[in-house]
Ligand binder design. Structure first.
Ligand code: GLA
Length: 783
């Protein structure tokens, strides 16, 4: 009798048996872990999942146990881990699971520490990881809509990946004696698409791969209902307002309430202020979720470091910093401070019967390293491979089987007057030389794809050195093909553009682990882009933080291992160097610097510097004097948004065509002069969002840049958690209405917009009430 009731209470047991209400698990042995009507059930008993996220790729393997101990000590009972497909299959068909990539060992260690595991194998992950975890070689296929769709060029390799994951990690499921309780299908797909069949195909790929634990999907609160299907349990992701998140879940399913990602902090991008989480609010929310019999996963419990070249990029183009500290309770170097203490205090109040607190692990030793010089150099131009690809016009690097790195493009421009050299597209940064002299930079952040070429008295060799930083990890913009895209043209003053043909292309492909190519070292200092080499002696192996503040931009290697990227514009100024990667004795450090250091020395500090911005160290960017020009223009639409955090679609009475769109704020719900926007998407005639990959901010009336990152780019980066906020600190307040002008890169038909207000509880500042929309080709001009 009790058995029957118990069985009927199971909503989702083994992955295949969806709603057990209609499909009782007659005769089947009761699974150890199942999803009941109100609770997760572990061995038949209600179980609250108190989970924390940690990505093993972001933590030195030697420290996995230490960090897992800290997660356990914080009062969590489960660890959540993404698998990044491209980390395991950087070259098609060559799967790698060794060393840092040993996911099975990570699960074993978690189990040894008494933690359960939630696995999120993708195929798409997001996570501020290169291309959201998708392998770059998928981009060899044409098109810019096939990723995360049912197109065979995506589904076939994705299914192969899921089968491989099943082969390797299937045995680690709870149903086979391992710690894996649940497995996630895709990631926030409802934030991206609406093809329910796609979710079914991805689910089936995991089932076919041998997964037999419950499968689930996660979506931000706003998108939970959009892609919910009965075969998959839904959880909601949010960083505030748990009640709204749980309500969204209750509207689509019966079952336990779970937050799939509760944000303890946020990630940093190069050039924007360091982010911090609101600790008091987080503790309150976690308490509330647990009191409501809810479950959660903290994103992140421990962020760690995006070592190597695995960092991702926000759209349209804001690359993520190497530090993934995330302001998480367990710091980048595994330190347990005040934040950890308050989380622990809260979580220990919610231990379940039979659980007892576990002790926090000690701090790993830290050491300073006296400043050492890097005095040998290997200029990039002298160290490019001899062999060149000959091409009429450059194509994206994926088409040449180049994954990422440094790519040199040379072409001859005939003698003649000065003019403009213009590429169709440049991903990501490029330095342009004419007969060995730097004449300018190209920069995808500002869609600056052209440089002025001076007058030439003879044929001139133009060499463009291109540096790839990261593929966008969010939105359709993941179709992020790198390199210089032709046609490249030259237009003399007053003349017509002429296509430049016959290019020579040479590349240093940094590949999966950025192994250094053979380099010819010299004792002299180098000018321009170069590798630099030096060494330090260590009496012991202990953690340290390399101070990169006197360098420009590039990559660091320690004893041949790629540590990661640096960029002294900040906010991160140091690089976490884990002790186990330091040898007792001599350690070799190589730095690639694209712009040249101010001083070619490095010291190891005993604490990180994560929050120091230096915009003056950036590539030259002319000061903007752009102003909106709306006088005499009629708005294409005027309206009023609803109050609250919900995303809202607005349809214009008719589509308007133009290259720019201005949203003008008339007033806000709190009646204060500040405005905020979490996300602004534009819709086509079918109500579908326009591709944002060519968008830039043409104008923002102001941006908060001190107290928080209120940059206007936050309104178009696809993340609802951050937002554009007009300036309020430092007395900086502009007069007149708040305005945001988007430049779409090319004229488009805009039939409506999708507005996501600043998230959070009632009363947050900046939620827009009345507004006007203008569309045109020239809504802004220089003063
Ligand atoms: C989303 C994704 C995560 C991560 C966070 C931001 O919620 O699911 O992978 O990108 O945003 O850190």
């Amino acid at each position: 009798m009790t058995q029957n009731i118990q069985r009927r209470r199971l909503l989702l047991g083994a992955a295949g048996a969806a709603i057990a209400m209609n499909a009782p698990l007659a005769g089947a042995a009761q699974p150890r872990f199942a999803i009941g009507e109100n609770d997760f059930l572990l061995d038949g008993k209600p179980f609250q999942v108190r989970c924390g996220e940690m990505h093993f790729a972001r933590v030195p393997r030697e420290y996995w146990s230490h960090r897992l101990k800290a997660i356990k000590a914080m009062g969590l009972n489960t660890v959540c881990a993404y698998l990044f497909w491209n980390y395991h299959e950087w070259r098609e068909g060559k799967y790698r699971w060794e060393g840092q990539r040993d996911a099975v060992e990570f699960c074993r260690l978690a189990q040894a520490e008494g933690l359960w595991v939630i696995l999120r194998p993708g195929p798409y992950a997001c996570a501020e990881w290169e291309m959201g975890g998708l392998p770059w070689w998928l981009l060899k296929a044409p098109g810019d809509k096939f990723l995360r769709s049912r197109a065979p060029e995506y589904v076939q390799p994705a299914r192969r990946w899921m089968a491989e994951v099943g082969r390797v990690l299937g045995p680690m499921q709870i149903t086979h004696g391992g710690p894996i309780l649940m497995v996630q299908v895709e990631n926030e797909y409802g934030f991206f698409g609406e093809d329910l069949e796609y979710m079914r195909v991805m689910r089936k790929a995991l089932l076919d791969g041998g997964f037999d634990v419950p499968l689930f999907q996660c979506n931000p609160t706003n998108a939970v209902a959009k892609t919910h299907i009965p075969e998959l349990f839904s959880v909601a992701n949010f960083g505030s307002d748990p009640a709204a998140g749980f309500k969204a879940l209750q509207s689509v399913q019966k079952g336990p309430l779970m937050c799939g990602e509760y944000y303890s902090g946020w990630f940093d991008t190069w050039g924007a202020p360091h982010r911090r989480g609101d600790n008091a609010r987080a503790i309150q929310d976690i308490d509330a979720m647990l009191n409501a019999n809810g479950s959660f996963s903290l994103y992140m419990a421990h962020g760690g470091t995006t070592f190597g070249l695995w960092g991702g990029c926000d759209r349209p183009f804001r690359p993520d910093t190497t530090s993934y500290d995330y302001d998480a309770p367990i710091s980048e170097a595994g330190w347990l401070g005040e934040k950890f203490r308050t989380y622990r205090e809260c979580l220990l109040r919610h231990l379940q019967p039979g659980e007892s607190p576990s002790p926090a692990p000690g701090k790993m030793p830290v050491m300073a390293i006296p400043a050492f010089a890097l005095s040998e150099t290997a200029p990039v131009f002298a160290n490019l491979p001899q062999q060149a690809i000959q091409e009429a016009s450059p194509r994206p690097i994926e088409e040449y089987d180049i994954s990422r790195g440094l790519i040199s493009y040379t072409v001859t421009v005939p003698a003649g007057p000065a003019g403009l050299l213009q590429a169709a597209k440049v991903r990501d940064l490029a330095w342009v030389y004419a007969d060995g002299r730097m004449v300018g930079t190209m920069d995808t952040r500002y869609r600056r794809f052209s440089v002025e070429l001076p007058a030439r008295t003879k044929d001139t060799v133009v060499e463009i050195l291109l540096y790839t930083i990261a593929r966008v990890n969010f939105g359709v913009e993941v179709h992020d093909r790198k390199g210089l895209h032709g046609p490249v043209t030259f237009r003399s003053k007053g003349g017509a553009p002429q296509e430049l043909k016959d290019w020579q292309i040479r590349a240093i492909d940094f590949d999966a682990d950025a192994e250094l190519p053979p380099l010819r070292w010299q004792a002299a200092r180098a000018k321009g882009p170069a590798f630099w080499r030096g060494s330090f002696n260590a009496a012991k192996s202990a953690d340290t933080f390399l101070d990169m503040s006197s360098w420009g931009q590039g990559i660091v290697w320690i004893n041949g291992r790629c540590l990661g990227r640096y960029w002294s514009i900040g906010p991160t100024q140091t690089m976490y160097l884990p002790g186990p990667w330091i040898k007792v004795g001599r350690n070799e450090v190589v730095v690639l610097d694209l712009t040249g250091p101010r001083a070619s020395r490095i010291a190891g500090l005993t604490a990180p510097v994560l929050d120091e911005l230096h915009p003056e160290r950036d590539l030259v960017r002319p000061p903007s004097t752009v102003r909106p020009r709306l006088a005499g223009l009629q708005p294409v639409h005027a309206g009023q948004f609803a109050d609250g955090p919900a995303t809202q679609d607005v349809k214009f009475s008719e589509a308007a065509r133009g290259r720019q769109l201005c949203l003008e704020v008339v007033d806000t719900f709190d009646g204060k002069p500040n405005a905020a926007i979490a996300e602004l998407a534009l819709l086509d005639a079918n109500g579908q969002p326009l591709n944002q990959s060519a968008w830039t901010i043409a104008y923002a009336s102001s941006e908060e840049a001190r107290k928080e990152d209120g940059s206007a780019l936050n309104a178009i980066n696809g993340q609802a958690t951050d937002y554009w906020h007009t300036a309020y600190s430092n007395g900086a307040r502009t007069s007149g209405p708040a305005r945001l002008v988007l430049d779409l890169g090319a004229p488009a038909d805009v039939a409506g917009l999708r507005y996501t207000p600043r998230q959070g509880p009632a009363g947050v500042t900046g939620r827009i009430k009345r507004y006007r929309v203008y569309v045109g080709d020239k809504l802004v001009s220089e003063d």
